[in-house]
Structure formats: C-alpha cells, structure tokens
Design a protein around this ligand. Structure first.
Ligand code: LTN
Length: 333
C-alpha cells in the first residue's frame, strides 16, 4: 500500500478551508493508502506562540481530525514534537540543503519581509518539513499549492542525499489538492482562507457557532451582478461559495447554480449559510464527545510509537551512511 502523509500547523483554529482542502482529502483517501496525519507543532514555533494557547490548540487539532472522520484505525496520528528523531534528521538534512535553495523559497521570502526580526527557524522550516516526509518514506504528500515548492525541496534533498551517501530515502511526490477544493477568504476571495488571518470575518473556523457561520456567509464579498454561476476569474466570491456548498452537500456546482441562478444572492447565501452551519454543528457535536475522552491519548500513544520506530530506523541508517556511528562502516558500499 502506498503511503500518504500530511500535517497542519497549529497557528490558529482549524478552518473550513483546512477541512475541505486537507482533512476531507485525507478522509477520502484513508481506505486506499497507509495514511499519516500529524500536528506540525514544531513548525508553529517559527513565530512565537503563547505556550498555553499552543498546548490547547494541539489537542484541539487532534480531536477535530477525529471529529471530521479521520479513522484512527486507518491513520497514524501523532504530534510532531513527540518524535525527537525528526529534529535530529532535520539537522543532517540541513547540511544537505544549500542556503541559496532555502532562501529562495517563496514562503520564506514573503514571511521574512513581513517581520525583520524573523527566526532562523523560518529559513529551515522547509527542511524540517522534508524530515517530516522523508523519515517514513512517504510516497505522496497531499498539500495546497502554496506548499508544493516545499515538497519539491524535500525531493531535491532526498535525491541529493541518496546520490552522496547511497539509497536512503524514497523520493516523495506532492499531491496537489484538486481544483475547486481550495477555499478562499470570504472577505477577500482571491486570497486563501487562512487560520492565521488577522481579520476573522473572512474565515470560518470549525469552532464558530452556527450563527457566526451564517452571519459570515451573509456578509461575504461578492459582485454586483446578482446572478449565481461559477466563474472563478470574474466572480471569485460566488464561485467560492459554490465550492463550499458543493463539497459539503455532495451536489454538483452545476446543480446548485442552476437552482439559484435567478434567485438573487440573498437566497443563495442563506442556502450556503444553512448547509455550512449544519455541517459545522454536526462536527462540533462529535468533537465535544472526543475532546475530553481517553480516546485521544490512546490514539496519540499508538501513533507516536509507530512514528518513532520508523524515524529511529531512518536516523540510524543516516548516521551509518554519513559515518557518524561507532559501527564499522568499511563494509558500506
Ligand atoms: N508547512 C505545512 C505543514 C507541514 C507539512 C509537513 C505538510 C509541516 N510538515 C509535511 C505536509 C508534509 C503547512 O503549513 N500547511
């Protein structure tokens, strides 16, 4: 069975965009792949996080994964920082990454511009991500388009390490979220819906109340045409709402736009608000049962055990190949 792996960084509440773009995709693939899903809590530290808030958020993320239908019997679910080998692997990979490569990453360029006092971790962020992916020989990495460059860097690092030291890593492939499953900010519908967005009006959190969800959708930015149809270029707001409604109801975009074409935006938004609020209410009901249950620790204990075992094996293989070991390496090819 091929292995897929992805992680989400706990820097804000999980959003509807995370659900539709990542979690749902993992749920759809979990029967056919050996699936790894983790919380990238070390990645969150590249910018300062309040420890208490981060701690709570990590647990909430795991509970939300399960509430959204991630099956713990079919997934290896864990918290990245509990696997100490990942950081160890990461340093060796950093030594096989050029400064030029890391500093050319678009996300690094953008984030280092935003704040002049950025941490070194912001630069090495994608190398840690490579460690996340390479330690377990993931075949595919489902990510949004903004993370594609990082997965490509992980490929380059794997290829370079393999050619310097001999076959060590599987070369992973990014699996870019299908067209139409990227969700945009409701207030600014050409920008991705992001959990770290300052203005929460455009972002639906999976923790919003049904009333908040409906209100945000009613106030979402659209256009002045008042006709409902899909056109991502000229009608990004309406197209985004169509995508949301379509994924949450399993109706086609065509079916929904035919029904609402001439009914006006108010009626259409009321419909999208209803289906979204119902969906979120259902997830929250499951979430409430999970967040304080013993299931969470059981799942995490099992997940980290499996993850650590694989990472330990990979780490030992790496230090054998690089010569950092007491074992006799003269027999290595
Ligand atoms: N950088 C990613 C989170 C992430 C990740 C990974 C995704 C960290 N490690 C490994 C896929 C594979 C993000 O911000 N979404």
């Amino acid at each position: 069975m091929k292995r897929i792996l992805t992680g989400l960084k706990p820097t804000g509440d999980l959003t509807l965009g995370n659900y539709i773009g990542t979690i749902r995709q993992m749920v759809n693939m979990q029967n056919d792949y050996d699936s790894f899903l983790f919380v990238a809590d070390l990645h969150a530290l590249t910018v300062y996080q309040d420890p208490k808030e981060l701690n709570e958020r990590i647990r909430k993320f795991i509970a939300m994964y399960l509430a959204c239908g991630i099956d713990p019997n079919k997934n290896t679910i864990y918290i990245q920082s509990e696997n100490e080998y990942i950081g160890a692997l990461s340093f060796i990979l950093e030594c096989n990454t050029y400064y030029g490569e890391a500093s050319r990453m678009i996300q690094f360029k953008e984030k280092s511009k935003e704040n002049k006092n950025f941490s070194v971790g912001l630069l090495t962020y994608p190398v840690l991500m490579a460690a996340d992916i390479l330690y377990c020989d993931a075949d595919y990495v489902p990510v949004g388009i903004d993370q594609k460059q990082h997965v490509e860097l992980a490929r380059d690092i794997a290829i370079r390490f393999n050619s310097r030291y001999g076959e060590t890593f599987k070369v992973p492939e990014p699996l870019i979220t299908e067209v139409g499953t990227k969700i945009y900010d409701l207030k600014n519908p050409t920008k991705k819906m992001s959990k770290s967005e300052e203005n929460p009006g455009g972002v639906i959190s999976l923790f919003d109340s049904p009333e908040e969800v409906k209100a945000k959708i009613m106030k979402s930015t659209t256009d002045s045409e008042n006709s409902v149809y899909y056109d991502i270029e000229n009608k990004p707001g309406i197209s985004n709402l169509l995508t949301i409604a379509s994924t949450l109801t399993n109706r086609t975009i065509e079916d929904i736009s035919n029904e609402y074409k001439d009914k006006g935006y108010k009626e259409f938004k009321t419909y999208v608000g209803e289906v979204t609020a119902n969906f979120i209410a259902k997830i929250q009901e499951k979430y409430k049962k999970i967040i304080n249950s013993d299931l969470l620790d059981k799942v995490l204990d099992e997940g980290i055990e499996k993850s650590r075992k694989l990472a330990k094996e990979k780490y030992e293989k790496m230090i054998l190949k690089t010569g950092n070991t007491r074992k006799d390496i003269t027999k290595l090819q």
